[in-house]
Design a protein around this ligand. Structure first.
Ligand code: FER
Length: 313
């Protein structure tokens, strides 16, 4: 079992190993194709913070204000053929008399359904934002993005990279229907967001941008090499017209910065509105925590609730 805070260090070491690997490969080994751009992140003119640092006390846990609830639930995954687990945060005062927007929040290559909780305590960030009138109540779902029978982050976590692609089906066919059946949700795309860190950032861009009928708010934080090519995800200038938010963020000291830079360049070339937020972090939890805080504030879901014939849970 890898300690969560050790993982960024392991990944940093893996990244520099890829960048420096010039050793001869054994006969029959797969080609030594680097999975990441070689060399250090190169800062470009636009690579600046879009937001000032978070307000003071942004991540304090306060007894004086109402808190949401976090629960670990199980669901049957037809995609994987197992019972899987995910964490669900419901906001303070959650009631079936109302319907709520949902943010699906995805973890990185060494994480699981509890990684965001360890890195950022998303529910507490949202409790503080709601109390200050800076974000709206929403449900946050933190699933396990490694869609395979053993979905624990054991051993060489890079070997499970293909299961992060399989998760597209699990998310669309198993996770979302489970959440919409068990919670009082708004089920239209304008009230559904998808974001994640690193592998989860790549998943969010890959799945979100190709399912704009399902998600209108899409965020890639420090997106990993699983991110599809910008030209594939954004074929033309009108492709993302229906999206309400396209968010890209990354640390300036992250060896994976080039992946987000390329997405930003594509969106900029096609004059597609988006957020580009680069801060002074590396591939680490402080980067993802502040990215999530600012992202949550941007999720200003429309307040008029569209008609829905979904029966209430
Ligand atoms: C890689 C480097 C980093 C890669 C994935 C990552 C699939 C993911 C890092 C993370 O999720 O933190 O080459 O290949």
């Amino acid at each position: 079992m890898i300690r969560p805070l050790a993982l960024p260090l392991i990944i940093a070491a893996a990244l520099s190993a890829y960048a420096q690997d010039s050793t001869p490969r054994p006969k029959g080994a797969p080609p030594a194709e680097p999975r990441i751009p070689r060399g250090k992140a190169e800062l470009k003119e636009d690579d600046k913070p879009a937001f000032p640092p978070p307000d003071q006390g942004w991540d304090a846990v306060r007894d004086s204000l109402p808190h949401g609830k976090l629960e670990l639930i199980s669901y049957e995954s037809k995609t994987v053929g197992t019972t899987r687990k995910l964490n669900v945060y419901t906001p303070p005062g959650y009631s079936t008399a109302q319907r709520y927007p949902v943010l699906y929040l995805l973890h990185g290559i060494g994480g699981d359904e509890s990684e965001w909780q360890r890195f950022a305590n998303p529910g507490n960030l949202l409790d503080n934002l709601i109390a200050n009138g800076k974000a709206v109540p929403m449900i946050i779902v933190m699933p396990n993005g490694r869609a395979q029978k053993n979905d624990r982050a054991d051993g060489d976590v890079f070997k499970s990279a293909p299961a992060f692609a399989t998760f597209e089906k699990d998310l669309l066919d198993d996770v979302i229907p489970t959440i919409d059946a068990r919670y009082s949700t708004l089920t239209d795309k304008d009230h559904r967001a998808l974001a994640g860190l690193s592998m989860g950032g790549g998943q969010s861009l890959n799945f979100g941008l190709s399912h704009l009928d399902t998600f209108s708010w899409i965020g890639g934080f420090s997106s990993a090499p699983n991110t599809k090519k910008p030209e594939a995800l954004i074929p033309d200038a009108t492709a993302l017209k229906s999206a309400r938010l396209i968010w890209l963020s990354c640390g300036s000291k992250d060896g994976l910065l080039g992946i987000s830079q390329a997405m930003h360049a594509r969106l900029k070339d096609l004059t597609i509105p988006h957020t580009w937020h680069v801060t002074d972090h590396a591939h680490d939890a402080p980067e993802w925590k502040q990215a999530l805080y600012h992202f949550l504030k941007q999720l200003q879901f429309p307040s008029t609730t569209p008609p829905t014939d979904k029966p209430k849970p």
